[in-house]
Design a protein around this ligand. Sequence first.
Ligand SMILES: NC(=O)c1ccc[n+]([C@@H]2O[C@H](COP(=O)([O-])OP(=O)(O)OC[C@H]3O[C@@H](n4cnc5c(N)ncnc54)[C@H](O)[C@@H]3O)[C@@H](O)[C@H]2O)c1
Length: 345
Amino acid sequence: MSQRCVLVTGAGGYIGSRLVPALLERGWHVRAVDRFFFGADVLEAHEHLRTIREDTRRLDAAHFESVDAVIDLVAISNETSGQQFVQATRQINCDSRIRTAGLAKAAGAALYILPSTCSVYGEQDRDTICTEQSAINPQTEYAKATRDAEEQTLALADERFSVVVLRQATVFGPSPRLRLDLAINFMVHRAHHTGKLPVVRDGSQWRPFIHMDDAVAAQLFMLEQADRSAINGRIYNVGANHLNYSALGLAEHLVELLPRRVELEWIGDPDNRSYHINCDRIEQLGWRAQRSIADGVTELWKLCEAGKIDGSPRSHTLRWYRDLDRWHRVIREIEMYGGILDIET
Ligand SMILES: NC(=O)c1ccc[n+]([C@@H]2O[C@H](COP(=O)([O-])OP(=O)(O)OC[C@H]3O[C@@H](n4cnc5c(N)ncnc54)[C@H](O)[C@@H]3O)[C@@H](O)[C@H]2O)c1
């Protein structure tokens, strides 16, 4: 068991920085690949952790030597960032994943997990409940690139190389790289700071949710417990049937859970994307989400109370990528001799 090796891309991200310690705790050797756009301090050193600062578009065969499994979390991870950085989103969320799956297969890895997104369901009728067999309807580059990655990585599955796609619901709860651009995290943080709970118009759009512990647990389950021949080549919705909410329904639930009285505040333009998922297929394998919205809200509120969520641009994915992009342009313009004021002499 101690020799089993898993390569995780996007390992320094919101999910990755919770998944990697969980893998290490369970005896896995981990190769953690990331550009670490959100900081390298999110992963603690460990004797079985090898950190690889690399762009997934530049991985090569050597990175996959002796790797048993790959969890390919890497992505430009939300719709708005995907709209702003279209080409990079296509290259990272789709092309690099197809390449990574191919390299893993060529190196003799047995399993490739694609952590996909329920965003591929896109715009659905408000009373449609999406199973894995429902027609998908991706609306954005983020969702379309993920759809293409799903199709083309699944096509690589054979009896020696298992591929499984996990269409994750929107995750909530703490992480070393906390994302405040995710609905519940954002709503709780904003309610704590302003006393107002934001709700995106018109409030009738549905979304599924999943606690971070369960998002991590689903990946561990696929890696360690699920029958490979049963999951190979299949797609699973990862969430829970009772954790689908309309935006307004979620806000009203949060109002009941929050320890302080807050008022609703309508924000944004009406959001046409609406999807409600069914999770029977993954539950039939023997996996079930354990955590509730209340669990996540309690944890997030505690962090807010302790002043441990700073709300800086780094916690808002699009804002941070925009900032990095702008600084890069400015620095390239004014840098000389390897520096700004201190230079190589
Ligand atoms: N968080 C959610 O609610 C959620 C829901 C559904 C699906 N997902 C999917 O799960 C995956 C992980 O999401 P997350 O919330 O952890 O996102 P995240 O943005 O926190 O993590 C992505 C990581 O990838 C890294 N990265 C980006 N481009 C890279 C590149 N070219 N090379 C190397 N590293 C690069 C970033 O530095 C970051 O650490 C994504 O594929 C996302 O689409 C997330």
